[in-house]
Design a protein around this ligand. Sequence first.
Ligand code: ATP
Ligand code: SF4
Ligand code: MG
Length: 402
Amino acid sequence: MSLLELDGVKVHFPVKKGILFDRTVGHVYAVDGISLKVEAGQTYGLVGESGCGKTTLGRAVLRLVDVTDGSVVLDGTDVAKLPEKELRSFRRRLQMVFQDPLGSLNPRQNIESILSEGMAAHGIGANQEERREKIREILAKVGLPANSLSRYPHEFSGGQRQRIGIARALVLEPDLIICDEPVSALDVSIQAQVINLLEELQESMGLTYLVIAHDLAVVRHISDVIGVMYLGSLVEEAPSDTLYEEPLHPYTRALMSAVPVPDPEVEERRERILLHGDLPSPANPPAGCRFHTRCPWAQDRCGKERPELTDAGGGHKVACHFTREIQDGTLRPAGDTEAVVIPAQAEAPAAESEPDATASDAPESAEAPESDEAPESDEAPEADEAPEAEDAPESKDASEGK
Ligand SMILES: Nc1ncnc2c1ncn2[C@@H]1O[C@H](COP(=O)(O)OP(=O)(O)OP(=O)(O)O)[C@@H](O)[C@H]1O
Ligand code: SF4
Ligand SMILES: [Mg+2]
């Protein structure tokens, strides 16, 4: 049995209308039937463009939103059915690292207080001295100096604050950590350090992650398995290398084709699949294949029948009626749309190529200098700019195949 098993998970938010009486006039189908498994000690990367339901799925696993249908089973226990009282203690086993490290840390609490709060609530450590000892140990593991204990969140840089967020999850000894866009609020130069830190911690502590990102480059190296989400559903799932070597679903191919390749020769030949149109509203999803309104290969059948996620061989799952025909070239993309495969134009590498490019040599730099130095020397200027960085249009566009 896998550590985490989701089976047919749906989260539908009611849309209410009315002055005196709230009437339900529809639903937002944020998550609409997702099944996946996360193995212990591994990382499952979940990618998809903004609004496709990634965060809602993460929140459903933690039961921060009610699950409309389906089951969320962690280590044999169905989280969706746990009574409130048991859920409270069970939550220790599921921790989340958030996108915005500053917003998720109480500015009035020092680091010791932030980290020991959850420990005390869950009965970890017999007394404050024991908790402090454990916090010191974890702070060292995430590359923060021991004197951080008495300092406040604003005294740290963006990257350091994300390390505090990771430490806050780790002190509770969780079984699974959900990292929701763990680096998208950080400066590009810091992103690789945080991703490397997550990988190192996984190796040394045997952690299991569900990493959520809109950016394929962020999940690529850290993930064992990647699931691609589109409008509330998984459209493709495969071991990380397989997905990158041979993306099968048209949406994944479009996402991939938007990621610049560091090798100039390969980059020269890189093809782009341009999708037109935005993600349709999850309150009014298209019938049939949800991607058919944007898919260059769409046929009549696609607007009528919704394809199931099925194994195309070797654990590579795809939800498309025409996987084989697209793969062997017997079905061609429509020629009168922008979506025709065209050679890429020379373009500046987008933000998301950076973590890959620096991934192999960043670990040392991630920890060493930061420990004794003032936060300013790490990445202070970025701290105040974090909110803008998070919304940087280039990074989203490039990963969205627009
Ligand atoms: N509490 C809620 N009530 C109603 N609709 C909601 C609620 N939470 C999320 N939604 C809607 O569900 C859809 C999925 O949202 P979600 O935040 O899960 O997307 P996401 O993939 O995490 O996007 P992003 O990459 O921008 O974070 C969106 O259309 C959003 O507006
Ligand atoms: S089922 Fe049809 S519309 Fe959907 S991805 Fe496949 S070809 Fe495109
Ligand atoms: Mg989100």
